[in-house]
Design a protein around this ligand. Sequence first.
Ligand SMILES: Cc1cc2nc3c(=O)[nH]c(=O)nc-3n(C[C@H](O)[C@H](O)[C@H](O)COP(=O)(O)OP(=O)(O)OC[C@H]3O[C@@H](n4cnc5c(N)ncnc54)[C@H](O)[C@@H]3O)c2cc1C
Length: 470
Amino acid sequence: MDGTDLIILGGGLAGLCAAVEAGERGATVLLLEKEAKVGGSSLLSGRYMAFAGTDMQKERGIEDSSLVLVDDMLDVGGGVNDQELVEAYGNYQLETYQWLVDHGILFKSLQAVSGHSAPRGHTIDSDQAIGVLYQRAEQLPNVTIRLQAPAKRLLQDATGRIDSVYYEVNGEGMISQADKGVMLTSGGFSQSEELLSHFAPQLSRALRIGGPGNEGDGLMMAWEHGAWIRDLPYLNGTYGFHPTANGPVKHQGLVFYKGAIIVNKYGNRFVDESLSYKLLGSVALKQPDDLSYQIWDQTVMDKSVAGDKLYDFENLLQQGLVYQANTITELARIIDLDPSALQKTVSKYNQGVVNGSDQFGRKTLTHRYGELTTIANGPFYAFRTTVAMLATYAGIAVNTLGQVVNPFKEPISGLYAAGEIVGGFHGAGYMTGSSLGKAAVFGRIGALTALGIEINEGADKTETIKSNPS
Ligand SMILES: Cc1cc2nc3c(=O)[nH]c(=O)nc-3n(C[C@H](O)[C@H](O)[C@H](O)COP(=O)(O)OP(=O)(O)OC[C@H]3O[C@@H](n4cnc5c(N)ncnc54)[C@H](O)[C@@H]3O)c2cc1C
């Protein structure tokens, strides 16, 4: 394909947002996707996107703003995330939410989710969202999408600028050149045993879930050209999956964010359950035999959200994955825990709820949100839970314009990146919805930068914009 402006590597949410944005601006785009269909991990996701100040929040009377969202992100990231990137997200998140709505993406519900001090988990139907963006990209005559076309290497022109991609179609090598740049949106490396064994040996026992093509190809291509890397020390699994979740159905339940406690094989709690499920994941992997259960009662069960990927506990029960009993001791016997130990743990937790003094400092259901309830209203339930590596959240460094940078923070000419391949945004802790969110926000930003288009139009000007890239 001659005369291409932008080559995009990877057709998940980041790549499709970039392709649609660039295509609608009149650029000629070639999107290469390794797999037989687009979607990657975006298609498998829990479907939450983190936005603040939306019409959905306003309808529910929830007061929120980009500034509070940014504060929460920096807080959850332990202050080691790149403040400028987080602020750029704050500046463009609301406008991107609207862009997605305008492009036909349906936001179905709003939930309180991990890491947020207000309900900000806007749910999409991933099939619908990816389908709509894919269709839109396909409609644009100036956008070409090639499936089963894995990119292999980035190539430089005589000046050292990245301007071409070597890729394969049916095993045959091809080279395409782009006048305005190459954008990496090839996702993380949750499916690469080799990279995981190098960078996250502590997660060797975590389940592997994620887009089949997410093997870190883009990372390696960028490293070859001097890209800096961020956040590798903070790779974590995600707590909340049933041990069979790496099979055809990803059974997941975050009952702890609605009021369950988590106990190990001795029937003891070991953590403040309101923490990010990433932090819960690293503590849970250190428990004896990696064994833990979420334990709750009917009061919590009544908060089950039908059809929700994370909160449909009734569905888990119907599928035979949740144990049920009339008393805590009976429940303990069913799951082979010491009944008196579990009873003692539950009584102690209940006392803490009443006295406002939890053993592990738990004060809320999730990050600063939601009132705790005692586990006293039978029947009682248990869900065996483990950790999964679903998304790597660490990767190449970019600036607020989506340009890939070297260790000296200098842009690598012609190279852009967005989505899960990018590091530095989440820092030491991940908050729900921020990965799909960053894929959409920075997918668009990177494409616009590559095309030389100013990107501050429509930004959330009610906020302090420190990283305004214009
Ligand atoms: C089970 C699960 C639940 C999740 N839940 C949430 C959630 O609720 N909220 C949230 O924010 N995040 C969630 N995440 C994380 C989130 O889904 C991902 O981080 C996000 O979708 C990444 O988007 P992306 O476009 O960067 O990458 P992907 O959607 O993974 O797309 C990358 C694409 O690049 C392709 N590719 C890879 N290598 C090449 C190559 N060499 N050449 C061409 N193409 C290539 C891949 O095949 C893939 O299609 C979840 C992830 C999983 C697995």
